[in-house]
Design a protein around this ligand. Sequence first.
Ligand SMILES: [Zn+2]
Length: 342
Amino acid sequence: MKRKFIIRSAAVLVGAAILAASPMSVAGVMTTISAEAATFDYHAVFDATYYAAAYPDVVAAIGTDAELLYQHYVNSGMLEGRQPSAAFNAQIYMSNYEDLQAIYGNNIAAYVQHYILAGQAEGRVADHLLAGKSLVDFNALTTTTTTTTSTVDLSAWNLVLVNHDNPISTEYAPEVSLCADGEYMHKDVTPIVQQMIADAKAQGINLYLVSGYRSASRQTYLYNRKVKYYKNLGYSQSESERLAATVVNPPGQSEHQTGLCMDITDSSYVSLTEDQENTAGYKWVYEHCAEYGFILRYPKDKEDVTGVIYEPWHFRYVGVEAATEIMSRGITLEEYVAENSL
Ligand SMILES: [Zn+2]
């Protein structure tokens, strides 16, 4: 797990100054970053060697320790318009894409987050200007873009984000109740799933709830069993742990511990394989899930964003409002949370 650095105050107002070393002018730009955005992991674009070579003034002030340089980039360098690596230049990225300018205006952090969460996987270019494009100054966008503050409450129980970078405490134990097929779900989600299964049945679709809530100890058991499996095949401890984590989430990193997600299949085909997408059950759930507040959590073309393989059986409760937006736009919970953290 990578360390994350948290900007000290909860909401930071940064009036970025022009620096001689900075390739762009951001004078007077006021950028607000929420506490959530400040804990975003920017390691994916950061190259300490590049940063140290590009900014001798920073090295003179704090030295060459890679983590200190990273902290500098996150806490001030980014907002001063400094570049984190040769592969990613925020000003070039912004200049190449008008669609992003329309959304993110002069919020530099938002461009970096977009690139990490989606842009890179979409094949967007961040290291050179595309044909016909010219550098746009972040300042030029300040008058045309008003920053809107998200009204989405990301601390709501139904919007908790759990993944490899955002584990939850193994002490976390939600109140659950028996839902269907011997499986338990979060007590407030159980009746919704039961309604969904009944509605599907009324339309001739038989669903089977393969897996709902999984306790931390159950997850620990499943994970350890998989590590042992690889060790028995002759792999080292660390290699076995790495391989196991690609199949079974380590404790604290599984959404199933929240009771908010379920592996649901057509009752005629209960295997958790990609072929599930061809069943009538999957097609029905995919089409109707948002009406019940569920999303397809790990879509096919978003593996780089979620870090999880395509799972046409794993659906996650986020509430009707978020689910409608996420499903209609074809985005992921990671992207939804990032957008509403800005
Ligand atoms: Zn699952």
